[in-house]
Design a protein. Sequence first.
Length: 742
Amino acid sequence: MNARVLIDGPSELVFDYAIPAELPVVEGCRVRVPIRQKTSSGTVLAILEPPKQSEFAMREIQSLIDPEPLITPTLLKVARWIANYYGSSIESVIRSILPEAVRTEDNSAKTRRIATATENIDPAELAKLEKRAAKQYAILFLLINAPDRTLPVADLGESSAPSLKSLAAKGFIKISTEDVRRDPEATETIVPSEPLVLNNQQQEAFNQISASLGTSPTPPTPPSPYLLLGVTGSGKTEVYLQSAQAALDLGKTVLVLVPEIALTPQTVRRFKARFSQLDDQVAVLHSNLSQGERFDEWHRIRKGQARIVIGARSAVFAPLPNLGLIIVDEEHETSYKQENPPRYHARDVAVLRAAFEPCTIVLGSATPSLESWQNTLTEKYHLIRLDQRADAHSMPLVRVIDMRLEKQKQKGQVAILSDRLRTALEQRLAKGEQSILFLNRRGFARSLQCHGCGYVCQCPHCAVALTYHRTDERLVCHVCGHQSIVPRKCPECSNPGIALQGYGTQKVEEVLQKILPEARFARIDADAMRRKNALKDILKKFKTKKIDILIGTQMIAKGLHFPNVTLVGILNADLGLHVPDFRAGERTFQLITQVAGRAGRGELEGEVIVQTFTPHSPSIQFARKHDFDGYAEQEMEMRRQFRFPPFAHCAVLTARSGHERRAEFTLQTLHLRLKENLPAGISLGEVLPSPLIKSHDQFRFQITLRSHQARPLTNHVQNILQKTTLPEDVTVVFDMDAYNFS
Ligand code: ADP
Ligand code: ZN
């Protein structure tokens, strides 16, 4: 067999080598290989069949650097599953599992020399030393009085080298080396927290989760995943914390996934605070760790020194030994889906990893994804509910404002702020309370909406909004290809005020400053966040009440907890509803529910104001009533009718190229081939321009495919792709279980 080896170093070279019979090489092994006249170290990405006829003799792997592969057997199984399921190369998966920092030897652990005074030094000897060698005596005295009778050699000063040598020769001290950990959080101070007394529902949740952990050492069949559905503020995090403690008590390790570290600082802090007594056992995998820090954290995890790992998407590959519990917080968040190869979904990979380990897994959310919800209905997952806020505060009052009426009042001007929201903001300012304003800005594709009656141009076949294409002045459905002309007036009410939707956070800030000149504002969006630590700084200012009104996109809807916030406004709840994405309604429901959870977290009662042009849409009405079940029921009916997930897998095949025709033609060729021998149960959509038709100077076309079963779909597409030679300047991307349809 051959091994495909990624050579260490910045140029990321990949070469194939023959595997000598005596070497037990598997994926993830570190090896030494010849390259030109030299040798180099590298990582085995894949084991391959040798090519049938080779023109030249393949060079051989010289040696194994470490007999243990960097990748654990379970993670190797996970890697193979991802490669198969998502149709990605095993190489790209191994690259994700073993971060570059870990593959490169330059980052190997830093060590330092330390001096330790030996035990039971004879006082008479010590007295002699004091008289004859004052310097040696001074050093020894320091060491004897240091913790563990040890100090780093560097701390004793450069001139101490000869004295240390003599002391060691006389047997008074020992010199040795120790690993130094580069601690990314060394400067942080944490106040420890104690477990809270659980309320009845929390206790019940905890009992079930911890009982499934207790089947030590390893359960014969993995426990089915738990879906913890708890309204915002119901105390899910406390259940996570105590379940994690239970796993640690059994000597196991814990993996906690959060949507994004920077946006969930409070969740991370609560884990650190609870487990602070465990001294360094919590590893937080930030995306901004230095290479050295990443290397150290990875090895601490691998050795079982860090027993709780918190991280975003890629932390699902953390090499924890003896894993007992995986927690996926906010499991519905789409940031768990990776949009580069391999295009895995971290929640789904986590579920799979839990089955392979085997270990307990808890998916938590106030607004679970319909995929997970469906799994509870079919009893693949086990549902646990928390229906009440843990702190006994009531859910905030949600008011829905019909912006069609505001529009009439404001004489056709773009209505950003309703009278109601404006008054509410003024009241908060007067009382010294804080407000958050959200702008729902999903996607770039704009839909047409009537400002008179709220009508949105929809596809007659698919229950998604039609997308406006400026280039040819048409409305197109991105699911089935249906096209229509752009109406000059509203087809419902004949109002000529039918127009494209949209305004940005900057515009909002500008308008607000005019209306409320005395208020202190801050804006959180991708533009404002370019500066390092900008987010941290703003959140800190907001916490210390130096800002009255925070304006942001859905970036800030997650995991923030500000007791003084009593008003949350959503300026344009609709905007997300009409993007060409069958999950649009689901996301709007989630956004409103999550955002509403930010209000009234403290002693003060909260109020939420939702501005919308479609006040009767189900996602808005059910969110207003905090009714997940009602929402899920009607949304599932729509999904079932139109065969969308969770009733089918939905994949997108995209072709892109600098040459528009070539991209389109390539995809049409693939379409023809996919159509031949199309396995039963797979439906193949038409070739369509992507909503984002041009991006980075590349023209994009796509096909949507749906299937009951995932494997036949991936296999069929991979099969055709392997048999097709693509033009050099065309890139084809296959995205299984796609979340991004733009
Ligand atoms: P969630 O994660 O479901 O949004 P949190 O865990 O953040 O909810 O809990 C909301 C608030 O309730 C927090 O301030 C938390 O400290 C508090 N809390 C949670 N559980 C309890 C409990 N059993 N007793 C008292 N307060 C609790
Ligand atoms: Zn359609």
